[in-house]
Design a protein around this ligand. Structure first.
Ligand code: TPP
Ligand code: SF4
Ligand code: MG
Length: 350
């Protein structure tokens, strides 16, 4: 399959979005992953979200580390900027790119091995700095690319394909992102596109560090009885707390007045409209989110949906008070204010 190229021509009658692109314009190369791998469903959800949000492909920069998950940016957004970095180093490379040009939409794709083992420090600092990005971990509980060793997100007591039991405590990346200050934290399942696509869309419109932990089964090494990342296990234990709908303030829509609907205003002027599935869950309460996640995990459930969102989120550039626009486009005049300005600064330091 790997030698099969996708035809470049589209049928002229394919539907175009508001910026003139068809859904096919958001696709990438033919996937070389195993048939049935959860990661391919996530790629397809990203394609759908970008097309529906009318994001021009050249306005996106997709970065990844190393792993089957980190290979996936080759399979979507073929016309976007891309950088396949070193194992676990996606966040620092992305941070540098975002510093230089804040005008692109940054999409960081990683795996549980890439982010929870070798890249744990990098993940932590990207979250705490509020780098404006959509950080997706395609979480299968194993190192898929290197043939299925337990990763640091594998649940204690889960059983490997060859029978070994994992005795180490699992790292919950969503809980960690919450603790580290991420302003948008969600969890989803690659097998639930109806939940995943709106979550990706909401994350793309968020004004700060957005993290989505997507449980994404590895059919080759972690889809058997005894695994807590298999399709069957996740379907049985998935407890969705809410479902997202977008409501743009500009578009006049009648809002259902119901205690089951919660509306969260976003920095870009849109409003997140959430349908509550757990009656008492408030996704704007960071501490409440932390305790719900712990309680659900202790009961063997996987809490999914939008776990936390900060309506007043700010990004790293706002915190650093950098000038508007891309820093890499600043001209000589802005970068070199002249000797008089330098003398004034020096005088102020004497
Ligand atoms: C510095 C370095 N150490 C180790 C490896 C070997 N290696 C490649 S991928 C990988 C783990 C990938 O696991 P994960 O991020 O969960 O991705 P998956 O394949 O499961 O999607 C490892 C350890 C490497 N490529 N580079
Ligand atoms: S080894 Fe696992 S993670 Fe890698 S492509 Fe196959 S199913 Fe997907
Ligand atoms: Mg993995």
């Amino acid at each position: 399959m790997t030698y099969l190229a996708k035809p470049k021509l589209h049928h002229p009658s394919l539907t175009k979005n508001a910026v003139g692109y068809t859904r096919r314009d958001y696709e990438g190369k033919v996937s070389t992953l195993c048939a049935g791998c959860g990661h391919d469903s996530i790629s397809s959800a990203i394609v759908q979200a970008c097309w529906q949000l009318d994001i021009a492909p050249h306005r996106v920069a997709k970065l990844s580390g190393i792993g089957c998950s980190s290979k996936t940016p080759d399979y979507f957004l073929g016309a976007s900027h891309g950088f396949n970095t070193v194992h676990g180093r996606m966040p620092s490379v992305l941070t540098g790119a975002y510093l230089a040009n804040r005008e692109l939409l940054y999409l960081g794709i990683s795996g549980d091995g890439d982010s929870a083992s070798i890249g744990l420090g990098q993940f932590a600092h990207a979250m705490r700095r509020g780098v404006r990005m959509v950080y997706i971990v395609e979480n299968n509980g194993v190192y898929g690319l290197t043939k299925g060793q337990f990763s640091a997100t594998a649940d204690k007591g889960s059983v490997a394909k060859k029978g070994a039991t994992n005795n180490d405590t699992a790292i919950d990346l969503a809980a960690l992102a919450l603790q580290l200050g991420a302003t948008f934290v969600a969890r989803s399942f690659s097998g639930d596109k109806a939940q995943l696509v709106p979550l990706i869309e909401a994350a793309m419109r968020h004004g700060g560090a957005a993290f989505i932990d997507v449980i994404s089964p590895c059919v080759a090494f972690n889809n058997h009885a005894g695994s807590t990342r298999s399709y069957d296990h996740v379907r049985e234990h998935n407890e969705a707390l809410n479902r997202i709908d977008f409501m743009d303030l500009a578009a006049e829509q009648t809002v259902e007045d119901s205690p089951e609907i919660i509306e969260v205003p976003q920095a870009d002027g849109s409003t997140l409209r959430l349908r509550k599935l757990a009656a008492d869950y408030d996704p704007t309460d960071r501490l409440g989110a932390m305790s719900t996640m712990q309680l659900r995990a202790a009961a063997g459930e996987i809490a999914t949906g939008l776990l936390y969102v900060d309506p007043a989120a700010k990004d790293w550039h706002a915190a650093q008070r950098t000038p508007a626009g891309a820093l890499n486009a600043l001209g000589e005049k802005a970068l070199c204010p002249g000797s008089a300005a330098l003398q004034k600064i020096n005088a102020g330091l004497r």
